[in-house]
Design a protein around this ligand. Structure first.
Ligand code: ATP
Ligand code: MG
Ligand code: FE
Length: 341
């Protein structure tokens, strides 16, 4: 099926077209620059930017794919989780196209779409797979028996998301927002063993698949402040590398452990933090040692985009899942085990 996908859960306006598991186009507009001076995404600004960017982005996606709206077989849209006002813009656009074209509409889970996008690059996901989903708002370990129908949460962050930690640590280091890419870059020149930052929730009595990054973030801030108070220069590259190492260490150790405990030998990474070069390398290393097949989408597809939503939509059509009601609404905290709304 040819599926048109809409993504507006945060600050990216994404419109993608997918045929089966083939990526045809992935048009993106972002309001990230407008949020930079606030150090985080401002919901009202994001909603307005989606509204302005939507129609041109749809036209760009159609032109890049070389298809017409009349060719579209189904429409998919992120229904949650995300910012309500932002989600509503994507839903309104998706509903308008579905209604005008008289095609089925799928309101889908943004997090399941972060997993589904890998199918565009590496073919159908093995089931069951384990998914490590790490993004700006979420950090979860998921068991995926059937991506179209059944996704189970094994564990999640009890405080900050991994991406949030990157963004906050970047701020402490005077690096731009969003913090993931500049920390990744700075870390390349640093020593990951320079500072022993804490690994949250890794004690023998801690929940094996839950994460905590708020203690790590605070530890980095305290370390940097102590340096500044002493009038000493902050070794940005070493701090970035040591922080990044702590995050990658915990994420990969827990993901590999979850695979082993559940007898699953396929792991897929998803979400913006999966673009991190150290996380990718360490996951590669540890999965190889544990006999786990690792799949990671290219960095461009790890962060929010419309193609990931179209990819999940395509999977839903293929699986014969019933479409959403035409008045499907936004759910800012849509639970991870709800794939279609
Ligand atoms: P969610 O998917 O939970 O709703 P989101 O949509 O804001 O959140 P994504 O676009 O998936 O999140 O990811 C954005 C996050 O990814 C940001 O926190 C950003 O700092 C982080 N990120 C992007 N690139 C990298 C990188 N190379 N290393 C680490 N983090 C990264
Ligand atoms: Mg974003
Ligand atoms: Fe996302």
């Amino acid at each position: 099926p040819l599926v048109l996908g809409f993504e507006t859960s945060c600050d990216e306006t994404g419109v993608g077209l997918v045929r089966g598991r083939t990526l045809l186009s992935d048009a993106l507009a972002t309001s990230v620059a407008e949020h930079e001076r606030f150090g985080g995404v401002v919901p009202e600004i994001a909603s307005r930017a989606h509204l302005e960017a939507m129609v041109p982005t749809v036209h760009r996606a159609l032109a890049e794919a070389g298809v017409r709206t009349s060719d579209v077989d189904a429409v998919a849209v992120t229904a949650g989780p995300g910012l309500t006002g932002a989600l509503l813009v994507g839903l309104a656009a998706a509903k308008a196209y579905a209604l005008a074209l008289d095609k089925p509409l799928y309101g889908v889970n943004h997090l399941a779409a972060h997993v589904a996008v890998d199918e565009l690059q590496h073919g159908r996901l093995a089931e069951p797979s384990l998914a490590l989903l790490v993004s700006g708002g979420h950090s979860s370990l998921l068991l995926v028996p059937d991506l179209a129908r059944e996704v189970q949460s094994l564990g999640r962050t009890i405080d900050d998301a991994a991406g949030e930690a990157f963004d906050k640590v970047a701020r402490v280091l005077g690096l731009p927002f969003p913090g993931g890419p500049p920390i990744d870059r700075a870390a390349r020149e640093g020593n990951p063993a320079a500072i022993g930052f804490p690994r949250g929730l890794t004690g023998p009595r801690d929940a094996p698949y839950d994460f905590s990054f708020s203690g790590l973030k605070t530890a980095v801030a305290r370390w940097v402040e102590a340096r500044q108070r002493a009038g000493e220069p902050v070794p940005v590259a070493d701090v970035a590398a040591s922080f990044q190492e702590a995050v990658a260490d915990v994420l990969t150790a827990k993901a590999v452990r979850a695979c082993r405990d559940h007898g699953v030998d396929h792991l897929v990474l998803g979400g913006g933090v999966a673009a991190n070069s150290r996380l990718r390398a360490l996951a590669e290393e540890r999965c190889a040692a544990a006999g786990i097949v690792l799949r990671v989408p290219s960095p461009r597809l790890c962060t929010d985009n419309g193609a990931m939503v179209a990819a999940l939509g395509s999977r839903l059509v293929e699986a014969g899942v019933a479409p959403s009601a035409p008045d499907v609404g936004a759910d800012s905290s849509l639970p991870i085990d709800v794939v279609t709304r």
